[in-house]
Design a protein around this ligand. Structure first.
Ligand SMILES: O=C(O)c1ccc[n+]([C@@H]2O[C@H](COP(=O)([O-])O)[C@@H](O)[C@H]2O)c1
Ligand SMILES: Cc1cc2nc[nH]c2cc1C
Length: 355
């Protein structure tokens, strides 16, 4: 593998000539000016990413990054930390929501252990979990940095490695990000507050469903972690290491890897978009390869989309993570590919608009 820096510095913006060519081609189709709206925007983006007027997104993959969080001991989640492992078991039996939804769009689900608190040998042997663990859960960010800078960089490299695996083994052409990790809305809200300048109280939500008392405590925990660790908003690796999570680093790596290898990537909910903020902070060209899958019910999520200047495709009241919103958004991206591939031009269709 190359160094993180070499991946980060080699990410190019979308080719302007291909963007123009795709735009002009879409205008020739038997569709009144841009009247398939966002679907046409995505068709143009796919064409410019793949440098073809016949883009294909047939081979789809959800890369789900799993990790645990020391900050759970502060009572920030409605769930006990063991639920991460219980859900890994459920994923391994293909009984999780992401398994059900990914199946409907014929997407593979790749589960990567980047920081779960225990060894997952049985699942690794079964082939249902990829063992690329950087640490056994982060440390409690209220008491000090969640991880070292080196661990933060390694977690990002895990995400890039996962993209390489998806390309080499599954010929992936469209990737969605997913997450699993009890407590991970806490670091995600912390990253959001640090990187966008929003107040912690305005962007912190109920995650798996905490009551008012726990929500107030969660806000105080995040405020304290930021005050103690002083993450530098201009240094995304510093932010990730001090108030982040291993799976958030992994997701940032998936997005960087997709941008590096020129693969469209659908970003899922709050946790995935925290990863997107880290990736964007490392190289702003990454946004050219991102598609905003959906709007999470978490109150901070829209601030994230706004700071990336992206609009989420779906608003279905989701707050589950796993890649569920992104998996459903794959239908829309598939639709965009179908439009640019299959709609006839005015000329070929014999349609002659005009008064
Ligand atoms: O992605 C989201 O928008 C999202 C919003 C709320 C909860 N989650 C999921 O719920 C878990 C984190 O919630 P919590 O309350 O433990 O921080 C974690 O496994 C996430 O995948 C995910
Ligand atoms: C059941 C359950 C499923 C999840 N998926 C992601 N986070 C989760 C948390 C819980 C509790």
């Amino acid at each position: 593998m190359n160094s993180l820096l070499s991946y980060v510095t080699d990410i190019e913006p979308l080719d302007v000539a291909w963007k123009e060519r795709a735009h002009e081609y879409l205008e020739t189709l038997a569709i009144p000016h841009w009247s398939l709206g966002v679907v046409m925007d995505i068709a143009k983006q796919l064409a410019a990413i793949q440098k073809t007027l016949k883009p294909t997104v047939e081979n789809k993959c959800v890369i789900l990054m799993a990790g645990d969080h020391g900050v759970v001991e502060e009572g920030v989640s409605a769930c006990k930390k063991e639920v991460t492992i219980e859900m890994i078991d459920n994923l391994s039996h293909r009984g999780a929501s992401i398994n059900a939804l990914a199946d409907t769009v014929h997407a593979d689900v790749m589960v990567v252990d980047v920081g779960v608190a225990v060894d997952l040998d049985d699942y690794v042997k079964q082939g249902t979990v990829i063992p690329w663990k950087i640490g056994y859960g982060t440390r409690n960010m209220k008491k000090g940095p969640a991880m070292t800078r080196e661990e933060a960089e390694k977690s990002i490299l895990v995400g890039i490695k996962a993209v390489e695996k998806a390309i080499n083994e599954k010929s992936a052409q469209l990737i969605a990000t997913g997450d699993l990790g009890i407590g991970n809305t806490t670091p995600s809200s912390a990253i959001l507050s640090v990187m966008t300048g929003q107040k912690v109280a305005d962007v912190t939500g109920r995650g798996t469903g905490i009551d008012d008392k726990r929500l107030n405590n969660k806000i105080k925990v995040i405020e304290k972690a930021i005050e103690l660790n002083k993450p530098d908003p201009n240094d995304p690796i510093d932010v990730l290491s001090k108030v982040g999570g291993y799976e958030i680093g992994g997701i940032a790596g998936v997005i960087l890897g997709c941008a590096y290898y020129k693969i469209p990537v659908i970003v899922d909910g709050l946790i995935s978009t925290a990863g997107a903020l880290i990736a964007y902070g490392l190289n702003c060209n990454t946004v050219d390869y991102m598609i905003a899958g959906h709007k999470s019910q978490e109150p901070g999520h829209n601030y994230m989309w706004k700071s990336l200047n992206l609009k989420p495709l779906l608003d279905l009241g989701f707050r589950l993570g796993e890649g569920t919103g992104a998996a459903l958004a794959m239908y829309i991206v598939e639709g965009a590919a179908a439009v640019i591939n299959n709609v006839l031009s005015y000329e070929a269709a014999g349609v002659t608009p005009g008064a």
